[in-house]
Unconditional design. Sequence first.
Length: 317
Amino acid sequence: MNNNTRREFLKTTSATIVGVALSNQFLKAQQSLAIKPRLICAFTKCLQFIEIDKLGDFLAALEFDGADLTVRKGGHVLTENITIDLPKAVKLLERSGIKVPMMVTDVIDPENPESERILGVAAENGIKYYRMGYLNYDTKKSIPQNLENHKRSIEKLEKINRKFNIHGGYQNHSGIRVGGPVWDLYWLLKDCDPAYIGVQYDIRHAVCEGGNSWPIGMNLVSPWIRTVDIKDFFWKKVDGKWKINSVPLGEGMVDLDSFLKQYASLKLSDPISIHFEYDLGGAESGKTNPKMETNEIATFLKNDLLFLRSKFKELGL
């Protein structure tokens, strides 16, 4: 599906009714995309302006399967209140038919007692996967020295994950932190058990850093991939400098056809998290007072969901 086709597709699915029901137009679109069930979640960073007691109904109206819940500073669940607030959040979302198989955290330090507390509460409430925080390079040390030091921390974190039977995924994220190059993650994880620790593979960031070579990196770390992030972008020149410009699915450089085919060929499974990092009036940055209307934000989310499901159907996956 090229960009023109996508725009035509989006024109047919532009109306959203939030908190009541989907429009007949959306219902017909959904029925036409009857495909193999996949657990597709919405990353809730862009929905910080919606209270947790209303979030489930919002996502259910858009027909997401689950929530990739923010459990961190500024998130829907704050870690200092996790014992009370996470069970409450999970129950409220599940009451609306929204599963909570995964969460996004800042957990990265195995020596921090908070790490065990956070993961223990998550496991008790049925969350199977979490995204870790990020690791940085110490510029006073060589790259191999940095990775060797971080590897020891990752191995300790694996033991904590094993204790709670939960999987921690490190997101490959473009930039100069650890994990910008996907090869970093192979070095860190090659001696670890994929059942408990691995990669939350982000195709947008992989393309951003790897260009056309991303399939090699994805194949390399595939044994450790348990969850994936899907979003799109293109490079845009701003004030003489090239910058990453996030866009809705299908409007950017990410070759979703190739990615989804490789995803299927590697026999990777759900859950899938759609990220919404393009302009949503500030909601994309987690702001609680976005300038864009709620219905307009909902329409963008719904369009990305329908577009991804249409891709699975189109490719027979």
